[in-house]
Design a protein around this ligand. Structure first.
Ligand code: GUN
Length: 282
């Protein structure tokens, strides 16, 4: 059986370190989260983010808006948060209803308060290999988890299945930055099994329960499961854990794998933005 990549344990350690660091600050870092609509999963995520922020000793503000809110009103909230000197980090919880112009809303966030790294300024810098103000939380958490277990990326073949702006796209860029050779796959990819079988590292972010079984992976591959699928009220990843666990050298569980790392990185990004902004006003 492969080694379990314990995201929960690492995330808990990072959160404790952030808590220690935060207690020494005279002013508290403050994270603002905007949630639009009543997606139950999003509501749970936002509550977790808020709880974790409070545990660390950050201030947090949640702005809950109904789906019938106007786009201008969402933008207005963002403009106010951009101007508010007490707010260090702004997060727009995704997904939001299709009727909204997501691009326009994300771009309204000041890059220096963009805690997800989703604005074109930060994402563009990431793509160019320059330091952004924030790296997207999920890929950053995955890189950190691989580093924790001394899994090197240099010269490795990695396949990223899924090309979302939240996970797949920034993940592929960050792996390339670490000198991995990256295959970017999506739902149109032909011969996915063959491609995946070539990879030393398989990262799945497709949202299909038990999509990846042992026929997709070679012996000793590293498997990172970003899927969070609710099946009969139970969380299930994209990976059929039982099928691949003996073939994989390392594997993330669901839950307690990538998910907790995402939250820990969000908190780290919040403190990082706070530090950057404090330096600017000195
Ligand atoms: N929805 C799922 N993951 C994320 C994330 O990392 N950031 C935001 N803003 N929304 C998400």
């Amino acid at each position: 059986m492969g080694v379990i990549l314990d995201g929960k344990k690492l995330a808990d350690n990072i959160i404790e370190e952030l808590r220690t660091a935060s207690l020494k600050l005279t002013k508290k870092p403050k994270l603002a989260v905007i949630i639009v609509g009543d997606n139950p999963a999003s509501q749970i995520y936002v509550r977790n983010k808020q709880k974790t922020a409070q545990y660390i000793g950050f201030d947090s503000l949640v702005i809950s808006l109904e789906n019938n809110v106007s786009e201008d009103s969402i933008l207005e909230h963002i403009y106010i948060l951009n101007e508010d000197k007490d707010i260090n980090a702004i997060l727009l919880q995704l997904p939001i209803n299709e009727k909204f112009n997501k691009k326009r809303i994300i771009e309204a966030i000041e890059p220096i308060k963009d805690v997800d790294g989703f604005t074109s300024y930060n994402f563009g810098r990431l793509a160019l290999g320059y330091e952004p103000f924030s790296y997207p939380c999920t890929p950053k958490g995955i890189i950190r988890l691989l580093e924790e277990y001394n899994i090197s990326l240099e010269g490795k073949k990695a396949i990223v299945i899924g090309r979302s702006n939240i996970v797949g796209k920034p993940m592929a860029l960050m792996l390339q930055q670490k000198n991995a050779t990256v295959i970017c796959a999506n739902s149109y990819t032909k011969n996915l099994k063959e491609l995946s079988y070539m990879a030393d590292i398989v990262i799945s972010a497709v949202g299909k329960p038990k999509f990846i079984d042992s026929s997709f992976i070679k012996e000793n591959a590293v498997i990172i499961d970003v899927g969070i699928n609710r099946v009969n009220d139970k969380l299930t990843g994209d990976v059929d854990f039982e099928s691949v666990k003996d073939k994989a050298s390392f594997i993330t569980p669901v839950p307690k794998g990538v998910g907790p790392m995402t939250i820990a990185m969000l908190m780290e990004n919040t403190l990082n933005l706070y530090n950057i902004q404090s330096r600017l006003i000195l």
